[in-house]
Design a protein around this ligand. Structure first.
Ligand code: FE2
Ligand code: FE2
Length: 271
């Protein structure tokens, strides 16, 4: 279960918001957040395809919350006197909508928003300097956003458990997808690797990435699709192949509504 408490300790390291180089890094992080929040409009598609009344109610709330986050981040840019940059292609790929419900809840909510939460609560809440005049207000906004992101991750975890209980054979491709995602995600950090030496915050990058890795693998184990022992090369390759196949299949899945067929039983009027 995610919480708002920091899990990685940056040991007091903060960005210098008067330094142009640091401002560029903070702008990059916030720009990815802003893009991610804009994808909240995908909730419209999720509402259309909601598998239950509970899911429909969740996606309504989710859409409202994400659009609010979008405006909160825009306000954070204004408070820092920064202009957003476009989203990075890795973020665009990782936050793209998937009509296939099992992958949607796993990739978008449980893993995707789980990593978003890592960045918001562990990186931004710790490394924005409290002595900057607008940072206390920014952190207040960020804490409110984090509390709602926790809800989104919890939904993803609950639905991933449900999906796996309905079809346990999804565990292997889910595991393969996670292997692929964890291989692919660090690409986004490449531009910062050269700047890391001697930089108070960036020097933490390798251990922070390790922390996120450990947390995500533990999350996958708790959800029941990551094996206790990491399989050998062949086992991993096989899982990644099945994961890639499932992902390709998911791209052919269209939006299908069910609540207009199941509303009577969902409302308790018939079995
Ligand atoms: Fe959000
Ligand atoms: Fe979210």
């Amino acid at each position: 279960m995610p919480t708002i408490e920091a899990e990685y300790d940056f040991q007091g390291a903060t960005f210098d918001l008067d330094d142009p180089g640091d401002r560029e890094i903070v702008r990059f992080i916030l720009s990815q957040a802003l893009y991610g929040e804009a994808t909240g409009v995908y909730c419209g598609l999720s509402l259309h395809a909601a598998r239950s009344l509970e899911a429909a109610k969740f996606y309504l709330r989710h859409a409202r919350q994400e659009l609010n986050h979008l405006e909160q981040f825009a306000e954070i840019f204004r408070l820092l006197d920064m202009t957003p940059a476009p989203g990075h292609w890795v973020i665009k790929t990782m936050s793209s909508h998937n009509h296939f419900y099992p992958l949607k809840v796993l990739m978008e909510h449980a893993i995707g928003e789980g990593m978003v939460l890592d960045i918001f609560k562990d990186v931004l809440l710790q490394t924005l300097p409290d002595d900057h005049p607008t940072v206390p207000l920014i952190k207040k906004k960020l804490r409110a956003v984090c509390r709602e992101e926790i809800e989104h991750v919890e939904w993803g975890e609950k639905e991933t458990r449900w999906v796996l209980s309905q079809d346990p054979s999804l565990a292997t491709p889910f595991y393969g997808i996670l292997e692929l995602q964890m291989m692919f995600a660090p690409v986004i950090l490449k531009p910062f690797r050269d700047k890391a030496q001697g930089h108070a915050v960036l020097e933490h990058l390798p251990s922070f990435v390790e922390h996120v890795n450990r947390r995500v693998w533990a999350q996958g184990k708790a959800l029941g699709f990551v094996p206790e022992e990491r399989p050998g090369l062949f086992g991993r390759g096989w899982a990644m192949f099945r994961g890639a196949l499932l992902f390709v299949r998911s791209q052919f899945s269209g939006p299908r509504s069910t609540l207009d067929k199941t509303y009577l039983s969902e409302l308790g009027f018939s079995g």
